[in-house]
Design a protein around this ligand. Structure first.
Ligand SMILES: [Zn+2]
Length: 246
């Protein structure tokens, strides 16, 4: 199934808001020195912003690439330490998968990730609890490019992406892992970004802030000193967890 329902768990985000003209691109499984730089170049050409869910053990192998993602205004997020299937490990290891990746990304960037996505999109209570304990919102997706496996050819990926609508959280991959085909993602990405542009859909970042702090939300963390230089589409939105009681 490509599309998922709007909200299954109250604190898990599956879609962004419909009203603001934004879509939310997410790239999973990196960093990968073969494909992540190409994707960053294409995003930069289109002045588009995305969230990269990184695997901790690869992040520490390529820390300069992690820093580049952040320095170019994108969001660096937690995709576990080693990308184990959440249902095949003990609760203790599941929690460690979240906390170790979080520590690795914090060490590289000097700040903690704000978002977590479980590998294979498999929700596991111990992982989600750990992520929330660390202040990370669990983010899934509403539209998958299916840029992997036998249905991951460029024409099919492009066709799926053409169905993106306002508020969609789009799942893509920027790394070789399992059956991923990130080279196909690279091939179709510029065309997809052009189509979003013609539809007045803005690829944007999530932001965990209150609605009243919209101005602060427009400034990527650590870049407050050059906020005036940010292009207009560096906008973000308040996630559901920002409105929960915790
Ligand atoms: Zn993954």
């Amino acid at each position: 199934m490509i599309r998922q329902g709007p909200v299954i768990d109250r604190d898990t985000v599956y879609r962004g808001p419909d009203e603001a003209g934004h879509v939310f691109l997410t790239f999973d499984d990196g960093p990968d020195p073969r494909f992540t730089p190409q994707i960053l170049d294409i995003l930069a050409q289109a002045s588009a912003y995305a969230t990269f869910f990184l695997v901790g053990k690869d992040a520490i192998r390529f820390p300069s690439l992690v820093r580049r993602i952040a320095q170019e205004g994108h969001e660096v997020a937690n995709h576990t330490w080693s990308h184990c299937h959440p249902w095949t490990i003990s609760s203790r290891v599941a929690r460690q998968e979240v906390s170790c990746a979080s520590a690795a990304l914090s060490d590289i960037l000097g700040r903690s990730p704000r978002y977590f996505r479980p590998p294979y999109g498999r929700l596991r209570r111990s992982m989600m609890d750990k992520a929330r304990e660390l202040g990370q919102t669990v983010v899934m997706w509403s539209l998958s490019a299916v840029d992997w496996g036998p249905w991951g050819g460029p024409a099919r990926i492009a066709r799926r992406l053409r169905s993106a609508k306002v508020g969609d959280i789009v799942l893509l991959h920027d790394a070789c892992r399992g059956h991923n085909r990130p080279w196909e993602t690279v091939r179709v990405l510029a065309g997809f970004l052009s189509e979003l542009h013609y539809q007045n859909l803005i690829p944007s970042l999530f932001e965990k802030t209150t609605v009243g702090a919209e101005k602060a939300a427009m400034i990527p963390e650590g870049h407050a000193d050059r906020a005036e230089e940010l292009p207009k589409n560096a906008r973000t939105f308040s996630s559901r967890s920002g409105q929960s009681e915790s």
